[in-house]
Design a protein around this ligand. Structure first.
Ligand code: GLA
Length: 732
């Protein structure tokens, strides 16, 4: 017997599905219902009687016997027609539709109406493909869905195919629209920032109206990141309650619109930013959107980020599913800035090797006429005054010290004062006759042009073929302006927003293919281009130019809401810090930086013997816990806004045999008590020996059960200003 249920306008009928595997995609042709199950999550949608693809369920996993069926809602009024109040998976802007469309386009005869209806669908393994078509034209859309068996994260994208006989202008192409069950208490979380202050977590009640987060800058941007999380006020906490979250895998201009309509329905839609966008889709051509990933956790924001971290490690990063651990690196930037030369870098390399650094990276200043940020970008040849014998002597030296060699590049940019720009002034994006606005004295090369793409590929390939380089720090130090592409017809010029980014991905893919051992760090003046798209081609991320270890606590806290600690590079630099003149101990700086991939960016020429000794001990301590930090489960125990002035993170290895606690105190006030810190995620039955992170001897250790450390907590007394402690938990 089939039972019918109705919750508001979401009506569904029970039809039995076959028993579920760990991850499964299923299509029931009888009810025209699709269902994805993976991790702890189910995602269900179906075809309604109007042929629209209707969202039915996204949340905790349903029983195998539970099923849903799309029921077309009736018009609510003349102002709220059925098509507009149906939560649609991929609405075209056509017919009566007042919500955010996923697709908006114009046919050459001026018709700007696209109504997508279901044609066919198939499920295969953990994927679903749905074919949709416009009601009047062979304008076809394939909707692709995949669910990850372990995390239940669903990846969604669309391929728009023009099978008409004429060119169609696409004005808006999103990857997906997500619907949440109507609730009154949703809170939206997203990340904003600016240079040297990235990764600020925003939190706002999802009241009626739209919240748009986006970049119009040509790249991902640090002003907003293409990630969101929605939880329920009063129900969801850091460790409990429902959280729906998503992240867009696109490194160009993007938009995510989170809309709560007057009926209470919540929709999240995102993809290419429609601002200044147009894509001429010729007959026979197709346009593929980026992938928009979405997931659900019932373990609060902490659970949501742990799912995302696991997903990034196993599904996104270039070395997925088991990326190598991040080596401890040294970077020359804060020590020498542009004043790099063979002798100076060799001296730094020797000192870096002494403390256990595994990868030596020479930053900006080694090429062309690059003595400041005014000249040289684009000329990827070694500066003969600084390196009279090329890079080989330095690289050999670094290798002889047992370290890998890495180099800074900024391939997509050019200084007007460069050989490249003098030879090819037409290679930058520009509108003829208009100013070419500079940012950091540089212009953006138009990577959408095949000749520019080929030049950059040649220049980088040459560098990597002629020199034994294991690592590139790939920088990108401004956003776009005047994004003209005068070599193509005026209607096609806005395609730069898509073609540029696809060529960037192609370039990195080809470089990695030609140089399989190469690793790349994603940098954009800090974290100006971090997203799941670039992360599939880069192994690690420069999280911020702000290296102050206290500021970094909140920066890193924001970062880890969306991205794994294993890709987040944090450096120990000099004190007082250049950002704010704050002085902190070497120990504090290390413990702050050890919460991700550890780097050293200090001027080692100024270090005392005692600093070398301490740093050597702390680098060794880091290596002992780095697998847990980089690939374990992160629990944010005390968040930066906590009134106690304390901050604490806890990392647990997936097998729960090791954990590490990082605790910080801003300043002690009066004689305030500091309660024990209750850790999370341990095996309650297992005994854990707890000792300071930097003392391997165990002299100060204490052994108790996981239940004790989680229930009673661990005492971490700290007094004074900018104090830090690290504790390792070793399962016995
Ligand atoms: C950017 C990066 C820095 C450094 C400089 C070099 O600002 O974020 O780490 O590489 O460029 O010019």
């Amino acid at each position: 017997m089939t039972k019918f249920y109705s919750i508001g306008r979401l009506a569904f009928a029970a039809v039995a599905f076959p028993a579920l595997a760990h991850a499964e995609a299923h299509f029931d042709p009888a009810t025209r219902t699709f269902r994805l199950d993976g991790g702890q999550t189910s995602y269900v949608f179906g075809v309604n009687s109007a042929g629209a693809l209707q969202s039915l369920y996204w949340g905790p996993q349903l029983a195998a016997s539970d099923t849903l069926k799309a029921v077309t809602p009736p018009d609510l009024s003349g102002f709220d027609p059925s098509s507009s109040i149906t939560p649609q998976e991929y609405p075209g802007w056509g017919g009566p539709l007042y919500t955010e469309p996923a697709l908006k386009l114009a046919y050459p005869d001026g018709v700007r109406d696209v109504v997508l209806t279901f044609r066919s669908g198939r499920a295969d393994g953990n994927s679903i493909t749905v074919e949709m078509s416009d009601i009047r034209q062979p304008l076809n859309v394939s909707l692709l869905y995949t669910i990850d068996p372990s995390t239940g994260i669903v990846g969604r994208s669309a391929i728009i195919r023009n099978e008409t006989k004429a060119t169609v202008r696409i004005d808006q192409a999103f990857s997906a629209a997500w619907s949440l069950p109507p609730q009154n208490d949703y809170h939206l979380h997203y990340l904003t920032g600016r240079w040297a202050a990235e990764w600020t977590l925003q939190d706002r009640a999802l009241t009626q109206g739209a919240t748009v987060i986006e970049s119009r800058r040509g790249s991902t941007g640090m002003q907003a990141n293409p990630w969101f999380a929605i939880d329920r006020a009063g129900i969801s906490t850091e460790e409990n309650g429902p959280v729906w979250f998503g992240a867009l895998a696109w490194s160009g201009s993007w938009r995510i619109s989170v809309d709560r309509d007057p009926l209470g329905d919540v929709r999240v839609a995102g993809g290419f930013n429609p601002f200044d966008f147009a894509y001429q889709l010729k007959p026979g051509e197709s346009l593929e959107t980026p992938v928009f990933y979405g997931g659900y956790s019932n373990q609060g924001m902490g659970g949501a980020s742990r799912l995302l971290h696991r997903f990034e490690i196993t599904n996104i990063l270039p070395q997925k599913p088991e990326p190598k651990l991040r080596p401890v690196l040294y970077n020359s930037w804060e020590a020498t800035e542009f004043a790099v030369d063979e002798k100076g870098q060799m001296a730094l390399a020797e000192k870096a090797a002494r403390i256990g650094v595994e990868r030596f990276v020479m930053d900006d200043g080694w090429f062309g006429a690059r003595n400041s940020d005014h000249a040289g970008l684009g000329d990827w040849t070694v500066n003969p005054a600084k390196f009279p014998n090329g890079l080989k002597p330095l690289i050999d030296k670094v290798h002889s010290l047992g370290m890998e060699f890495g180099l800074w590049v900024e391939p997509e940019m050019v200084n007007p004062d460069s050989e490249l720009y003098r030879a090819h002034p037409d290679w930058v994006m520009n509108f003829p006759g208009r100013p070419r606005s500079e940012g950091r004295n540089q212009l953006v090369l138009n990577l959408a042009r095949p000749d520019v793409r080929d030049y950059i590929l040649r220049a980088m390939d040459d560098l990597l073929s002629k020199n034994d380089i294991q690592f590139l720090k790939w920088d990108y130090n401004r956003n776009w302006s005047e994004p003209g592409w005068p070599e193509v017809d005026s209607q096609s010029q806005p395609e730069i927003y898509v073609t540029y980014v696809k060529n960037l991905y192609g370039l990195m893919t080809e470089l990695r293919r030609r140089h399989p051992k190469l690793e790349i760090e994603d940098c954009s003046g800090g974290a100006g281009r971090v997203d799941l798209g670039i992360l599939s081609l880069t192994d690690q991320v420069w999280a911020s130019d702000n290296t102050d270890p206290f500021d970094r606590l909140s920066i890193q806290d924001g970062f880890t809401h969306a991205y794994a600690p294993g890709v987040m590079m944090d450096w120990v630099t000099d004190s007082p810090n250049w950002v704010n003149n704050r002085s902190t101990s070497l120990n504090y700086r290390f413990l702050s930086a050890m919460q991700g991939g550890l780097g050293i960016g200090a001027n080692l020429n100024k270090w005392s013997d005692a600093e070398f000794t301490d740093a050597t001990r702390l680098v060794a301590a880091y290596k002992h816990v780095r697998k847990t930090v980089q690939q374990g489960d992160l629990y944010r125990l005390i968040r930066p806004e906590d009134p106690s002035g304390r901050f604490a993170t806890f990392y647990v290895s997936p097998d729960k045999r090791q954990a590490v606690l990082f605790a910080f105190l801003h300043s002690s006030t009066k004689l305030d008590q500091q309660p024990a810190i209750q850790v999370r995620g341990l095996d309650p039955q297992k005994a854990y020996r707890v000792r300071p992170v930097e003392s391997a001897s165990g002299a100060e250790s204490q052994t108790q059960s996981g239940a004790y450390w989680m229930g009673h907590g661990v005492e971490v007394p700290m007094t004074g200003d900018f104090q830090a402690k690290g504790l390792v938990f070793e399962g016995q």
